[in-house]
Every structure is written in C-alpha cells, then in structure tokens.
Design a protein around this ligand. Structure first.
Ligand code: AMP
Length: 282
C-alpha cells in the first residue's frame, strides 16, 4: 500500500491508475479503523476499484472540543488493517494540508433540510464541517465511486446533497452497518467505552429492533417512550429515538406503511455519544 501525505503526491500516485481500466473507489475515514471501515474497502474491491482510503480527523466537524481531543488515534494498527485488506493508497494529510487557509471563516454549504434535523440539530455546525472536508477530499481524490457507511445515515444523505450541489457525478454507495455480536454498531468511539458502558451499549440496537418489531402493533409514540424510559433507566442520556422517511429524512409521527421507514437513535453513555439506525423492512 502506498502512503501519501500531500494532495500533490496523491495526484501523482493516482496518475498511473487513472490511465488504466479500474475505477477509483474512495473511502474517507477518521481512522481508529474497525471491521466496519474494512467492509467499505471490501465493497470497493468487489467492484474491482483501485481503493483510496483517507484517514483524517477533521477538526471542523467536531462541535465538542473534548470529543475531538479524545478521538482515538491508532495509525500503526490502521496501516496494518488497510494493508491486510489490500487497500492501494492511504491518504494521510495534516490539518494544514487540508486547510491551508486555516479553519476559521470557512465556506458554508446550502445543505437544506437534511442538515437541520436529528444530528444536525443536536450538533450545530457538524454537517457543515463534514461538507467542508468532503469537498476538499473529493477534489483531491477525483473518485469514480464513494463508499460510505449507512451507520451514519444522515451523513450519507448530507454527502449525497453535497455531491448534487457540486454537480459531482461521483457515485455514492451506502454500505450496510457492521455490528458486534450483541448488535452494537461498530464505531471508533466504542474504544472509549468502559467495560460497564460497553456491556450496556447493545441496548441501542435492541431499541431499534423493538421499534421495528412493533411496527403494526403499537403506536410509535408508545414504543418511543418505552425506549426512552429504558435507556434512561439504564443510565443513558438519550438525544432522540425517531422514525423517519428513509428517502427524505422527514420525521414521522407514527408508522407509515406506505413509506420507506428508518428508525434512528442517538444517546450519550457517560460523555460518549453513540448513534445507530435501522431501515425498517417493508
Ligand atoms: P468514521 O471513521 O467514523 O468517520 O467513518 C468512516 C466511514 O466508515 C463512514 O462512511 C462511516 O459511516 C463508515 N462506518 C463507520 N462505522 C461503520 C460500521 N459499523 N459499518 C459500516 N460502515 C461504518
């Protein structure tokens, strides 16, 4: 695997690949890699793409400075995992490389409705930060395919909107969520959980499963209250348990069988905020 740290070196490294048949598949990450990230690489490989993974902990998308400060960094282990997954290129830029103009007074994007709800409401500025870094990364990689995890469903929708704003024909692929045996969605932030917190964290997925299981038998506001009560009882600080239209992210007051529905959840356990979601079967 070739490791490059500057946009110029990335461009040079990609030159030989671009002249060939293979498409460029891009997997942006913030590192502290796990099997969820590797499944994105595998998806790109299955499409016979030349794979470019980036690792960059983007300062502009952290609305909480403590979260940024404590974000896990495991670069040596990440390199081993990417090499084992036969990733072709790792782009490992510095903050100055990505933001030569500094990180204040950056451009803003009209991301519309998808930025205003759920994590957009709970984490002001977060999706602008995502758009700022993604725009720079997309310029640098010029990928044919972009692979993103459904685990961050709203982020997928935001990036889809960004691609449309940019009139960028990079094809976005939403990759299903990889889970631990107890259902907990794999996440870099899981490394920060204490043993006790980790033992409880599977409850988020259980709530999503119960939202799905009770579709058609109970009103959603009752199911929602049961989930919130259970989470609070176990010591979580829930942000939301929500049902939304999976195509638009419009918040649904109740189960709507005619729509594609998705259940979404966010909750703090200690100072760690975990998110997850589950598209409901039709
Ligand atoms: P992150 O490093 O958290 O910014 O994530 C980088 C990419 O990996 C994003 O597209 C995430 O949605 C995706 N990802 C994170 N966790 C998972 C998971 N458990 N399963 C699949 N993809 C994931």
């Amino acid at each position: 695997m070739k490791i490059v740290k500057s946009k110029a070196d990335l461009k040079a490294a990609l030159q030989s690949y671009r002249s060939g048949q293979a498409k460029i598949g891009f997997i942006p990450t913030m590192g502290a890699l796990h099997e969820g990230h590797i499944s994105l690489i595998k998806n790109a490989k299955q499409n016979a793409d030349t794979t470019v993974c980036s690792i960059f902990v983007n300062p502009t998308q952290f609305n909480d400075p403590k979260d940024f400060e404590h974000y896990p960094v495991t670069i040596e282990q990440d390199i081993t995992m990417l090499t084992d997954a036969s990733c072709d290129i790792l782009f490992l830029p510095s903050v100055t490389e990505m933001y030569p103009e500094g990180i204040v007074s950056l451009e803003s994007y009209d991301l519309g409705y998808v930025e205003t709800v759920l994590d957009g409401a709970a984490r002001p500025g977060h999706f602008q930060g995502v758009a700022q870094v993604m725009s720079r990364l997309l310029d640098a990689v010029q990928a044919d395919n972009l692979y993103m995890g459904q685990k961050d469903y709203q982020q997928c929708m935001v990036v889809k909107q960004l691609l449309s704003l940019r009139e960028d024909d990079t094809m976005i692929h939403f990759v299903p969520t990889m889970r631990e045996p107890d259902g907990l969605a794999m996440s870099s932030r899981n490394r920060r959980l204490t043993e006790g917190q980790r033992a409880l964290a599977g409850l988020l997925y259980q709530c999503l499963v119960s939202v799905e299981a009770q579709n058609g038998t109970k009103a959603f506001d009752i199911v929602k209250k049961e989930c919130l009560d259970l989470l609070e009882h176990k010591g979580f600080r829930p942000d939301y348990v929500t049902l939304a239209d999976a195509d638009t992210l419009e918040i649904l007051e109740d189960y709507s069988p005619s729509r594609n529905m998705i259940a979404l959840i966010a909750a703090f356990i200690g100072d760690i905020r975990l998110i997850d979601n589950l598209p409901l079967k039709k």
